[in-house]
Write a protein of this length. Structure first.
Length: 524
């Protein structure tokens, strides 16, 4: 795990502290290493999560624990040499502090997993990495890789946090209301599908290419192919007299309702438990699934087991692919999956966006101007490899396409895409065609308690959460309290975004108060 062959040796500083050397290089000041560490730590400010690269004599992590409330992580390599360090002086004050974590010889996955599990932006107000320069200079390559992995993990957490800050309130509000709706969910539909594996399914997205793919989709339907429609594409399908076998919707925003306007559904509508509650009433065959939202998972464990659908790709086409995987489709074909804007068109004809803009147009804002504003709301990316094409991508659309391609590589189905005009999907050419049914999916209509009982108990558990004294709030909670508080983190992120000056204890009391009021409204 390390490049250098140097062993630690030790000398005393002028102030009497034991300072480790690597070769001829002291890792700290030989005059006053404690004073040096305090100066370094003064740059931390109110950041609550600090990663030190290199342990050395432990002066900087110790100063950080004494001078801040931060959670401290030290990452270092070469366990044999670390054992020498630990036997050279007394590190017990560091190691016994519950705010201190020491990772020795961690793999890249272990580092990433640690940051993803422990860094909660809503609590810690930021993260900072501080290198022990004289240590990392001895193993530059491995510490550079470590820093890159930490940065990658931070970007994932930050991305998740910005989504939570945007949608946290809606998610909470929708889930609480849908728990009442889901008392009568039609899970038997999925149970029936699971017992009859599919030979072939089509996933219909709403990209502009769908306009000229409709004929071949109608033909596939007539040959018994199982049609899985995104909510965005349902208007285009029904306009062309193609009734899909199932529609999937994952967006928590009110805009989802517009996809269905003017259409009576008699087909299964499969909804994220965080979908707008009004969608449930659009089909007599509506049912809910759970995403990985902490409140949804908590409800599944303590109220009623909903099917778990992978929505980590961030868009509904990806969710449709997860559904096709669950029901064991051996061959899956994509229609309208452009993941790009084709010939200055964002969606296929018949989708919600056309009536939506036409109804809202006036002399100052004609429909064409609204279409144009919608199209250019995000900057276009440069063309890949300067290829001349008639489509444009945004960073979001390319991200969605890349996530879908990643998932495709892990699947056993044969995946193809109907020829279109958008960005090409890079799909595996073959399938291993093992038994591809998802045996882990649980289908039950039996709830452990009624929705009212679950919500009442959940509300009381929120009320009984203790007040926050400092950023170590979660570390001081018992397992049950941690579970409850974790369900509130996305809501807390959304409150913090709008009230940036709230202290942590104020933020926690505010999220408790608002969530309890939401639940009371639903119970009434």
């Amino acid at each position: 795990m390390h490049a250098h062959n140097k062993q630690y040796t030790f000398e005393k500083s002028r102030t009497g502290e034991i300072v480790p050397f690597l070769g001829t290089q002291p890792l700290h000041s030989m005059i006053d290493p404690i004073r040096e560490a305090e100066r370094l730590v003064s740059t931390i400010g109110d950041i609550g999560f600090v990663v030190f690269l290199g342990l050395g004599g432990g002066f900087a992590p110790q100063a950080a624990l004494e001078l801040t409330n931060a959670k401290i992580v030290v990452i270092d390599f070469d366990s044999d040499n670390i054992n020498k360090l630990l036997s050279s002086k007394d590190y017990s004050k560091l190691i016994n502090n519950k705010q201190f974590n020491l990772l020795i010889d961690p793999s890249a996955d272990e580092i990433k997993s640690f940051i993803l599990s422990n860094f909660k932006p809503v609590l810690y107000n930021g993260i900072k990495t501080i290198p022990l320069r004289t240590r990392i200079e001895q193993d530059t390559e491995i510490f550079e890789k470590t820093a890159a992995v930490i940065q990658e993990a931070i970007e994932i957490v930050s991305g998740d946090y910005s989504v939570q800050a945007h949608f946290g309130k809606k998610w909470f509000s929708n889930i609480i209301r849908n728990i009442k709706n889901a008392d009568t969910g039609q899970e038997f539909f999925l149970a029936e599908r699971l017992s009859h594996p599919l030979d072939e399914a089509a996933i219909v997205a709403a990209g502009p290419s769908l306009d000229h793919q409709i004929k071949s989709l109608a033909e596939a339907k007539s040959q018994g192919v199982f049609i899985i429609s995104t909510d965005t594409a349902i208007g285009a399908l029904l306009k062309n007299k193609i009734e899909p076998d199932v529609v999937i919707s994952i967006d928590c925003q009110h805009i989802s309702y517009y996809h269905f306007l003017g259409n009576k559904l008699h087909i299964p509508l499969i909804l994220d438990i965080a979908s707008p509650p009004m969608l449930y009433k659009l089909s007599p065959k509506s049912m809910f699934f759970s995403s990985t939202h902490p409140l949804a998972l908590y409800a599944c464990a303590n109220w009623k087991q909903l099917p778990l659908l992978d929505t980590t790709g961030g868009n509904v086409t990806y969710a449709c692919l997860s559904f096709a995987e669950i029901i064991g489709a051996k061959k899956i074909t994509f229609f309208g999956a452009d993941f790009s804007y084709v010939n200055s068109q964002s969606y296929a004809r018949g989708t919600y966006i056309y009536p939506y803009f036409h109804i809202r147009q006036n002399r100052l804002s004609p429909a064409e101007a609204q279409f144009s504003a919608f199209l250019y709301r995000s900057p276009f990316l440069p063309k890949e490899e300067n290829i001349k094409t008639n489509y444009y991508e945004t960073s979001s659309l390319r991200f969605y396409r890349n996530k879908l391609e990643e998932k495709a590589k892990t699947m056993n189905s044969l995946l193809t895409s109907e020829k279109g005009h958008g960005a090409l999907l890079n799909l595996p050419k073959t399938a291993n065609n093992k038994n591809i049914m998802n045996k882990n999916i649980k289908i039950t209509n039996n709830a452990l308690v009624s929705s009212d009982e679950f919500l009442t108990q959940y509300m009381n558990d929120i009320i009984s959460l203790p007040q926050a004294k400092d950023i170590n709030y979660m570390d001081n909670l018992n397992d049950k309290q941690k579970q409850i508080f974790t369900t509130l983190l996305p809501y807390a992120a959304s409150i913090k975004k709008r009230n940036t000056k709230l202290e942590l204890h104020e933020l926690i009391e505010e999220v408790k108060k608002r969530s309890v009021n939401e639940i009371k409204r639903v119970l009434k």
